[in-house]
Write a protein that binds this ligand. Structure first.
Ligand code: BGC
Length: 416
């Protein structure tokens, strides 16, 4: 077992400087840079500031967090890790295996995290039986976001099958709208790919291909079909999709330029931030073919081993704040995600939030809850990046679908 520094409670309640000013502070590395994300981040910042904890911001833009993880690696290599880091799934496990993360067991025991954090999240928040991260939310990624007024104008009902979904996009395109708002970035391509794999092959196939990395599943006819669906989606994006940030794609749906966006429910944060109401000006529904299943990711804060005692106290204070039920409600209402605790009353959430919370619980019970590959919860970063490369190359027309499925087999094998 690697060395994990145990953070102790009650060493010094607050570190106060000679002038009486509060000296506690956290430096937080994160990738929450869009309007909706920044609004959610402010909820956290203000919560901590209410508890006397200062904030040094270390934003690294880029959905999915690949760029943030590159910056993190450089900081740790330079011997200067940030106090707290937004992190996803297998990346938490990798850092814990390196012995870089602080042990939060004492706080977790005092606050009963074991009882309120669902097992699917604990699988990532704990390493070798020890708590190493505090989960702030659960996002589900297999959503479609739709502009209600545009659906009505075009006479489009909520599609429930892949064929209806394609027909709806065709109607929008024929009428001169962008059917699918999308940004051509590897993590966004991968986000929609998760839903194509689930939609074509269902839970068993998703498990075999994305989680178990079974070469037969990766190279199967179903995988070819998942790529075919990606090619269909590619036909419905606008000419300027390449490199566009996800929140600008959300803005196209918000502004009525585009009909749909396939994206995790952080997109809801953008709609809400623009003053729109779920179920009224915008709709959310599961990507047709994935109903009853949920692909998820959970943003967690991992605390890096630091020597300074005041920094350690700040880490505990931050972890404690993140896990409080009141904070989990306030934050997730703005972020678009569901709380990471199972004991939260969903009544203050909007229609999409309540659907997300109910879907997550139901999928968890029926065995249909799966970690999102695109967001680091199905397989380790090395495999995820190998998959990203193939998916994006195919989306940009470098491979046909049959070749892409073959490339998946090879790329995954090489990355293992
Ligand atoms: C994170 C979300 C974030 C999204 C886009 C995801 O990987 O889990 O919190 O909003 O990326 O930046």
């Amino acid at each position: 077992m690697t060395m994990m520094k145990k953070l102790h409670l009650g060493v010094a309640a607050l570190a106060v400087s000679a002038t009486g000013a509060i000296a506690q502070e956290v430096e937080v590395l994160h990738w929450w840079t869009s309007g909706g994300e920044a609004a959610a981040l402010n909820v956290l910042r203000e919560d901590l500031s209410g508890g006397g904890i200062g904030w040094t911001d270390m934003p690294v833009a880029g959905g999915g967090g690949s760029d943030a993880m590159t910056v993190l690696r450089a900081r740790v290599t330079a011997g200067d890790p940030p106090t707290a880091v937004q992190m996803l799934g297998f990346a938490i496990q990798d850092w814990a295996a390196e012995g870089a993360l602080a042990n939060l067991d004492e706080l977790a025991a005092e606050q009963g995290w074991d009882e309120v954090v669902p097992e699917a999240l604990q699988a990532f928040s704990t390493y070798d039986g020890h708590w190493v991260a505090a989960p702030v939310n659960v996002h589900s990624t297999n959503w479609v976001w739709a502009n209600t007024a545009l659906m009505e104008e075009l006479g489009i009902e909520q599609p429930t099958t892949w064929d209806e979904f394609v027909a709806a996009m065709q109607t929008a395109q024929d009428a001169g709208y962008t059917a699918l708002a999308h940004g051509g970035q590897a993590w966004q391509d991968a986000t929609i790919f998760d839903s194509m794999v689930m939609g074509v092959g269902g839970p068993e196939f998703y498990q075999a291909a994305m989680v178990d990395l079974d070469p037969e599943a990766l190279g199967s006819e179903q995988m070819v079909e998942a790529f075919d669906r990606m090619a269909t989606l590619r036909g419905f994006v606008d000419d300027n999709f390449s490199g566009r940030d996800w929140n600008l794609a959300s803005a196209m749906v918000i502004n009525g330029e585009a009909l749909f966006q396939i994206m995790g429910d952080w997109a809801k944060g953008e709609f809400v931030n623009a003053g729109l109401t779920a179920g009224e000006e915008f709709q959310c529904f599961r990507v047709p073919g994935t109903e009853g299943t949920v692909t998820f990711n959970s943003d967690q804060f991992a605390m890096f081993n630091v020597d300074d005692e005041s920094d350690q106290e700040s880490q505990l204070a931050m972890a404690s704040a993140v896990m409080s039920p009141e904070f989990q409600i306030a934050f997730n209402l703005v972020k678009g995600s569901a709380p990471a605790r199972t004991d939260i009353d969903p009544s203050s959430f909007d229609a999409c939030g309540q659907a997300a919370i109910a879907d997550l619980a139901a999928a968890g019970e029926s065995g249909n809850l799966f970690g999102s590959m695109a967001h680091g919860h199905a397989n380790p970063p090395s495999i995820q990046n190998a998959m990203y490369d193939v998916i994006t190359a195919h989306f940009n027309g470098e491979f046909d679908s049959a070749t892409a499925a073959e490339e998946m087999v090879t790329a995954v094998e090489l990355a293992q």
